[in-house]
Design a protein around this ligand. Structure first.
Ligand SMILES: [Mg+2]
Length: 401
């Protein structure tokens, strides 16, 4: 850093002054079928870092929170990442909450990107270095009928994937959701897919937390042993007690955690054996700072990370750096497989991003996250809010999306 310091001195700036936060800008972008909330943090010397929030469809709330945080973050030393995390979390009387930690996540990731660029090292080096050559992924098929489901599974396996996640084929575009109509059909489809793919490929299903405890217990009872390697988010995660009840009603491993907004929310699931895979989302849980703590806690309980990674290239890069740096890791979620066309990684907006080779992510050695954003393309967009579906039961009562 001697030469960099020399340059800074020449323009009358100390290293600390150069690293001060000069601007924090939330940027809402339409990328493919969804919106992404990015944050760009720039320091006095003109370096900048990118972060992303994972709170899809509530981008405006998170952007407003980032603006609140900017009031006291401007002028701070961007390298004090852990301290900044604490100040954002503890700097108000009302602690926690998903919107706050989604905003903290975006800021934390951007600060890591910045620090990596400042030091000329990839983010994984800042997290303790690399534990693996590449980061494996699982792919998703959203097929809604059995022939398509089998075809997608075959395509993915032929390309090297060894872990596939499905959605219930009976989840359609209707805003009316009748859980009892979906369970038996989904179980039948999964049994047929397992028969098709054999025992060596890992198979999971995401129930998108739409069901109740007895509904999930019934669903699990329909599946012969060995059908599923994991069951993702069968019920909502507000109640560890409800998960405790469900955990005692089936032996299928659970994959839970994409909704967690802190280590405190994750704690009972890890400590009480309620989840067997940790689905944390680095863009929601509190960035690298919080994700690394949860990863350590999971390691102590022999739980592997299976990170949620449903949106853009900044989230993907953060997930891959995290996955490279932790010992306890299974698969990162990818939404870039050949059986999905979501457009979330549009190269016009993200000319540089983490690369996939078949089913694995190559870990970038570029400084920071290794992602570039074309702000001009985003500026040309007219941003429109996208509201998630509001589902009802046939009787008109509101139910979970
Ligand atoms: Mg999920």
């Amino acid at each position: 850093m001697a030469s960099a310091d020399g340059k800074l001195e020449a323009i009358g700036m100390s290293t600390q002054a150069a690293a001060r936060i000069a601007e924090i800008r939330p940027i809402r972008a339409r990328v493919g079928k969804r919106n992404q909330l990015l944050v760009k943090i720039t320091t006095e010397d003109g370096l900048f870092g990118w972060g992303e929030s994972g709170m899809s469809s509530r981008e405006g709330s998170v952007a407003a929170t980032i603006e609140h945080f900017s009031d006291f973050l401007l002028g701070q030393d961007s390298r004090q990442i852990g301290r900044i995390w604490q100040e954002c979390y503890r700097g108000q009387y009302f602690e926690g909450g998903r919107v706050l930690t989604a905003a903290i996540s975006a800021i934390d990731i951007a600060l890591y990107d910045l620090l990596g660029k400042r030091l000329g090292v990839p983010v994984y080096q800042l997290l303790g270095g690399r534990q693996r050559e590449f980061v494996p992924s699982f792919a998703t098929t959203m097929a809604r009928d059995l022939p398509q489901l089998k075809e997608d599974a075959r395509t993915l396996i032929d390309m090297g994937w060894d872990c596939i996640r499905t959605y219930p084929g009976s989840f359609d575009d209707s805003t009316v959701f009748e859980p009892h109509k979906t369970l038996a059909r989904t179980a039948e489809e999964l049994i047929a897919v397992r028969e098709e793919i054999g025992p060596d490929v890992q198979l999971g299903v995401d129930l998108h937390h739409r069901y109740s405890v007895p509904e999930v217990a019934y669903f699990c009872a329909l599946l012969p042993r060995g059908t599923l390697n994991f069951l993702e988010e069968p019920i909502r995660c507000e109640s560890p007690e409800a998960y405790h009840t469900l955990r005692n009603m089936t032996e299928i491993p659970f994959a839970i955690g994409e909704e967690f907004a802190s280590k405190w929310q994750a704690a009972p699931y890890i400590e009480q054996g309620l989840t067997q895979f940790m689905r944390l989302d680095v863009c929601n849980v509190g960035g690298f700072t919080e994700a690394m703590k949860i990863a350590g806690w999971c390691e102590r309980h022999y739980v592997d990370l299976m990170p949620h990674n449903p949106l853009g290239p900044v989230c993907t890069a953060a997930t891959v750096h995290l996955g490279a740096a932790v010992p306890n890791f299974s698969w990162a979620e990818t939404r870039q497989s050949p059986v999905e066309k979501l457009g979330f990684h549009d190269p016009r907006i993200f000319p540089k991003q983490v690369e996939m080779e078949g089913p694995v992510y190559r870990v970038s050695d570029a400084p920071g996250l290794g992602v570039e954003v074309n702000e001009d393309v985003i500026a040309e967009q007219e941003f429109t809010h996208l509201e998630g579906p509001h589902l009802t039961r046939p009787d008109g009562s509101v139910t979970n999306w």
